[in-house]
Design a protein around this ligand. Structure first.
Ligand code: LLP
Length: 418
């Protein structure tokens, strides 16, 4: 496959994903549906491997971005670099194990883990990133009752502004995530007291998502490295990792090219090189990329239902892709037959059938001709936080997910009615 045929593209006879015509996908599975390009996913995995070459890294894919079983198994089986997984619920932990991720390479994050979820992680020796003192006490109690030594990380809140959308900022003091200031001290003291049941394996932070400001990320990384030094100096032995979180950006419609993954790899390298202790310099690096891995591999395939005035009503909606309604996100949309959006021409809003005024998928799109009933369109950069945030609102079914590998397509999740 030539590079221009990687992922979603136009050919003379319409829209394609890798070597499959999207018209054939629509005929076989109907729209709206998610389509994933394995070639694009491989491209990201390879690029990640190159960016972190010669670094002691364990990438833990954040499954909240896309939990399609075929995608999870594909990442779990990546041959160039072993990947782990970051989960935020027992559901994600189980999906990760079923996909073949080894428990030793999994991280359990989240601000409100329930006892049953903690028990599951402790039983499987999965590292829990602890976000509060109450959670630490819960883990100690569970480990004690099970005669286990729970493996934990401390997720800290560095109070660093990631300069991203307020709804996906997580590292400021006002955000609910992580331990800050005196809480960290108390947690460390408690870990020393209860070492029989708790083993501190590392520290972590995640300051937000879609971070285009590498300097904010550098500050948080520096903070984690310094904290690791001081934790080691205060008598905590056996640290295994520093977990720098996720947040690597992709380019959405109308945006300039964001910094590449290489810039973030360099920021980690620099931060770790500044450690005072040799032990900190040599610790394993964990990162938790979600969006960056899968966003570009996914497209939401939709068909035109009809056009009225400047509204193009399509069969996809905020129930399949809530990002435009929730974060004012702008996803590129490509109509079959419109090779380029016209500089001049009619301007349209692309809307779904849901009974909400916010059910707008794209605004002010210029098209060189009037879209027709059943014309296909694909909404791009939809592989991350697309299907995973879909809902049954208006009693709509969840869309099916189709994986494309070269010229083959496979249904990996059925359309699901309530
Ligand atoms: N690690 C933790 C602890 C996280 O909370 C997240 C995302 C990630 C890693 C992965 O972040 P990423 O690399 O994907 O940026 N629904 C929003 C994004 C929410 C992100 C939540 N946490 C959106 O559609 O933009």
């Amino acid at each position: 496959m030539t590079p221009e045929h990687l992922g979603f593209h136009h050919r003379h006879d319409g829209l394609w994903c890798d070597d499959v015509r999207l018209a054939d996908v629509a005929r076989a599975f109907e729209t709206p549906c998610y389509v994933y390009s394995m070639a694009r996913l491989n491209f990201q995995l390879d690029r990640f491997g190159r960016a972190f070459k010669n670094m002691n890294v364990l990438p833990c894919y954040a499954a909240k971005a896309n939990n399609n079983p075929a995608i999870l198994s594909h990442i779990a089986a990546c041959s160039s670099l072993p990947w782990g997984m970051d989960a935020v619920s027992a559901g994600e932990l189980k999906a990760g194990l079923a996909a073949g991720f080894s428990p030793g390479r999994m991280i359990f994050s989240g601000v409100g883990k329930k006892d049953a979820e903690i028990e599951f992680a402790v039983e499987h020796d999965i590292v829990l990133n602890v976000e509060s003192l109450f959670e630490l006490e819960g883990i100690i109690a569970i480990a004690k009752s099970r005669r286990k030594r729970a493996r934990i990380g401390l997720r800290v809140n560095p109070d660093v502004d990631a300069h991203t959308h307020p709804k996906i900022t997580t590292g400021k003091k006002k955000n609910k995530f992580g331990l800050s200031g005196s809480m960290i001290e108390l947690a460390l003291k408690r870990i020393l007291e209860t070492g029989e049941f708790i083993r501190l394996c590392g520290v972590s932070a995640h300051i937000g998502s879609q971070i285009t400001d590498v300097s904010a990320w550098r500050i948080a990384a520096g903070h984690l490295v310094q904290l690791t030094d001081s934790i080691s100096e205060s008598g905590h032995e056996g640290l295994e990792f520093i977990d720098f979180g996720g947040g690597f950006p992709v380019r959405y419609e109308g945006e300039t090219e964001p910094p590449g993954i290489e810039a973030f790899a360099n920021a980690i390298r620099d931060a770790q090189a500044c450690a005072r202790l040799a032990s900190t310099k040599n610790l394993r690096i964990i990162v938790e990329p979600g969006r960056w891995v899968v966003a570009e591999s996914g497209g939401l395939l939709t068909s035109v239902i009809g056009v009225k005035e400047h509204f193009v009503v399509v069969d996809a909606s905020m129930t399949e892709l809530i990002r435009p309604a929730l974060y004012e996100a702008r996803h590129e949309i490509v109509f079959e037959g419109h090779h380029e959006l016209a500089a001049q021409g009619d301007c349209f809003d692309i809307v779904g059938p849901v009974c909400e005024s916010s059910d707008v998928l794209a605004q002010d799109i210029r098209l060189n001709s009037f879209p027709k009933k059943n014309q296909l369109a694909v909404i791009l950069q939809a592989g991350a936080y697309g299907f995973t945030m879909a809902s049954h609102y208006n009693l709509r079914p969840l869309p099916p997910e189709i994986v494309v590998k070269q010229d083959l397509m496979a249904l990996t999740r059925h359309r699901q009615n309530l």
